[in-house]
Each structure stands twice: as C-alpha cells, then as structure tokens.
Write a new protein. Structure first.
Ligand code: HEM
Length: 409
C-alpha cells in the first residue's frame, strides 16, 4: 500500500491565499514542502526553490503539454483549473517546444530589445503627458498597463491603439477559467482578431511576430494555424499584466521610500539590481504555474504518480530561506537577487525576461523623474481580490504636483 498523501488546505484562488500568501507558503515550506491539496480536483503544491528548479528542468517527467484531445501524453497544461485552450509555446514540451521557441527568439535579441526599449520610453512619455497637468492619475490604468501593453502589441503586430481590448481581457484573468467572471468572451474576441490579422499578414507580411509565425516552417511543414494562434495569444497575455504588476508594486513601495529615488534615477547598475529585487520580492506570477506528472517519480519522499498535477510556487521559491537571506526584507543591495524565480527556470524560462525587466526599470525611472513627488492614495488603492494568477492591482490612485507636457513651453 502506498504512503498517505500529506493533505493540506490550500487554494491559490481563494481569499485566504490572497490575504496571506507569504504566511501560507512559509508554513508549507517549513512543514510540508511537497503537499497535496484537494482544491480544483487535487494537486501537489511545491514550495521549495530547489524542487521547483528540478521540476522545471525535467520536462520528460513534468510535462507542460495541454493535450486537449488526449492524443499525446495526457498533459493538462500550465494552469489549475485547466485552460480550455492551448497556449502553444508555454504548453508544449521539447522537442516541439524547442522548435517553436526558435521562431519567436529573434524578436527578443539584444538588437531587437533596443528598439522595444526606445518604444517603451516613448509610450511612457505619451502616457505621462496625458495626466501630468491634472496632478492625479491611476497608476495602473494610465501607466503600468498601457506601457507594456502597447510595446507587446507592437512587437506581436496588433495595432497598439487596441490595447484597451487586451487590458479588458487580461484584467479578470486571475480568476479560474471556469469562473463566471473569467473574461472568456473577451478572449474569444481577441482570438477572432488574431485570425483576421493572421490572414492579413499571410497576404502581406511585415516585420512582426504574426508575419513570422504565419510564414514559419518546421521541418519543411508550415506551422499549423491553431499553433501559431496559441503562440500569439500566449505572448499577448504573458507580456503585460506581469510587467504591469511588477512596476505597480515597485512604485507603490517607492512612494513610501523617497530616499531611494535619486540614486534610482542616476545609477543604472543600482536600478537594475533594484528591479531584480522587486521581481523577487513581489513575484508577479503569484498563483504559480502547473505541470502534469507523466512518469511516476519521487520528490522529497512523496510518491508522485503519472497523471498527478503539480503547482510550482515561484513566489515561494523566491522566499526560500535556504536560498535568500532574510527573504521577507526588500533589500535592493541583495547579493543574489538575480537568482529569483519570477521568470521561472529551465527551457520555459520567460522569453521576455530581459524586455520585461527593462520595461519595469524604464517605468520606475520615468515616473520618478517626471512625477517626483507622487504619492499613492492608500485609502483608495485596490489589489486584485484573488492572487490565483498575478500579484496585481485593480487601481492605484496617485497625486502629484502638476507639471508640463514634454515640449510644452
Ligand atoms: C516582469 C515581467 C514578466 C514576468 C514576471 C514573466 C514571467 C513569466 C513566467 C513565470 C513564465 C513561465 C516560465 C516557466 O514556465 O518556467 C513566462 C513565460 C513566458 N513569457 Fe514572461 N514574464 C514577464 C514578461 C514577459 C514579456 C514582456 C514577454 C513578451 C513580450 C513575455 C513572454 C513570455 C513568453 C513567450 C513565455 C513562454 C516561454 C516558453 O514557454 O518557452 N514575458 N513568463
């Protein structure tokens, strides 16, 4: 007879987790680092840094596949509850994943990044121009979302002035996909829009990801439409709520730490270290990402069986005392902040990691420079009610001394 599973009461979509994810995960790391919960049909919760990295590096045991027709390995994808559609890059395993990732990699080269960073600065200035004379704004809707959203749309090939549609589709995406408020209709609309844009680029290619994917071949075969579409959707939705959440959390914290502002504005190395620590400390993908066990295996003495689901808590890895000293402290000088797991690890490590981190730095520095005395109105700020996906904010009102638009006399 197999050993009993160590059952805990854990639901990443529930209010208890949203209220105290740090406390709950610290208890799990201490008492039961590989624990079983009956939530959402049952899954293992993995909370130690080294175990998360081990799982990420062994896709032949822990699959990302979302095998909706049950024709490959029965993998159930990266979200719990399961996605009813497939995010094709994230939800594939090597060698398929390796070939797909190569198709998008050129858009994240050092040369390409320069272009996206210039664009991010330009969009940030435009966004600040829309609010600077008013002396008040919503940091989320006016800055943290529109900047990464528009950069991502441009990179993918969607007209960037459509960003609000994508914001609507990503705002309630922290909910389980079977929740009545999950933005399924908005996601479907965006799916249709992807079909239209793909048809346009098939006829008339440009320099964007859509064009690259609709004309891509793997081993002499054209990439299937649904795979290309899944990849586009994963880019569209992976690229901005995470960056927005990190920027917003950083600026929220910096609103109460004005002593850091000057150095962050002037010292590039200091800014870059601070961004690493913000990523560790605020851990945007706070709801974790899942894998499916496709070969029986053992982890810290627990027997994981083929078909079991596993949730990797990157935010818990980022607070693992065995990896980070005094993890509950935000320390911009932290020696090893760069080892954080905010971008995951292994073959699926975030493709947009360098871009995402650069955007956070650009947003932080731009706000400190142009709205130097901004203050968050803590009485009206509102976090996401669930931390099932992103450590984000619904609204973060700010006030500041009004200034002039760029170029204004
Ligand atoms: C602060 C910002 C960001 C954070 C915290 C973040 C986090 C993540 C995480 C945790 C993963 C999964 C890694 C894994 O399974 O090991 C991921 C994958 C991915 N991210 Fe990001 N991301 C960010 C920004 C971006 C941006 C700006 C883009 C593109 C515009 C992007 C594109 C992707 C893609 C394409 C994948 C799938 C990679 C693969 O499966 O091979 N991300 N990201």
């Amino acid at each position: 007879m197999g050993a009993e599973k160590p059952v805990v009461d854990f639901d990443q979509h529930g209010p208890r987790y949203a209220a105290d994810w740090k406390g709950q995960l610290a208890t799990l790391r201490g008492d039961c680092p590989v624990a079983w919960t009956e939530a959402s049909g049952g899954f293992w919760v993995v909370t130690k840094y080294d175990d998360i990295v081990h799982i990420e590096r062994n896709p032949q045991i822990f699959s990302c596949d979302n095998d909706l027709q049950n024709v490959r390995n029965g993998g159930q994808g990266i979200r719990i509850p399961r996605n009813p559609f497939r995010f094709n890059l994230n939800e594939s395993d090597p060698p398929e994943h390796t070939a797909l990732r190569k198709l998008e990699a050129p858009f994240f080269s050092v040369q390409a990044l320069e272009k996206w960073m210039d664009l991010a600065r330009e969009i940030l200035d435009e966004q600040i121009d829309t609010i600077i004379e008013a002396g008040e704004a919503d940091l989320i809707e006016d800055i943290a979302i529109p900047v990464p959203a528009q950069v991502t749309l441009r990179l993918v090939g969607v007209p960037k002035d459509e960003w609000r549609d994508y914001m609507d589709a990503s705002l309630n995406a922290f909910l389980p996909t079977d929740h009545p408020d999950y933005p399924l209709a908005a996601r479907m609309r965006i799916g249709k829009r992807c079909d239209e844009l793909m048809a346009e680029r098939r006829a008339k290619p440009t320099d964007d990801v859509i064009s690259a994917l609709v004309h891509a071949q793997i081993d002499g075969q054209a990439l299937e439409h649904d795979i290309a579409k899944g990849m586009l959707q994963s880019l569209l939705f992976g690229g901005f709520d995470t960056t927005a959440a990190t920027s917003a959390n950083a600026l929220h914290w910096l609103s109460d730490h004005p002593e850091m502002h000057q150095r962050l504005m002037e010292d590039d190395a200091y800014l870059s270290k601070a961004v690493d620590e913000f990523l560790r400390y605020f851990s945007p993908v706070v709801g974790g990402l899942a894998r499916t066990v496709v070969q029986d295996t053992e982890l810290r003495g627990q027997q994981l069986k083929k078909g079991d689901r596993v949730l990797l808590m990157f935010n818990s890895g980022n607070y693992d005392e065995e990896r980070f000293e005094c993890p509950a402290q935000l320390d911009v000088e932290r020696r090893n902040a760069k080892q954080h797991l905010a971008f995951g690890a292994g073959p699926h490590r975030c493709l947009g990691a360098v871009l995402g981190a650069a955007e956070v730095g650009i947003i932080v520095r731009g706000v400190l420079k142009r709205l130097p005395d901004y203050q968050v109105d803590h009485d009206r700020e509102e976090r996401f009610p669930s931390m099932g996906m992103t450590n984000g904010w619904l609204t973060m009102p700010i006030r500041f001394t009004p200034g002039k638009k760029l170029g204004a006399a």
